[in-house]
Design a protein. Sequence first.
Length: 79
Amino acid sequence: MNSIKRLAGFIWIFLGVAAIYMLVHRAGLEIGEAVAGKRPLVDTKMFWYIIVPIFSPIMLGLCLFGWYAWKGEYDKIER
């Protein structure tokens, strides 16, 4: 069971990093389209300037949870 927890920790780290990358990448694409005139600029910038700072710490917390699981902090459960 402990090896499954450690593997899951690695998966959580990967998912957190991938989610942050996809979030920032998508924000860059949409802001780039807004600058080119295909979308409203102010609405797009305001949306991404709010979403990125809110969801980035959540994804970093997911990575931290995965780090602790990968290092074996959850191997012993005290009762």
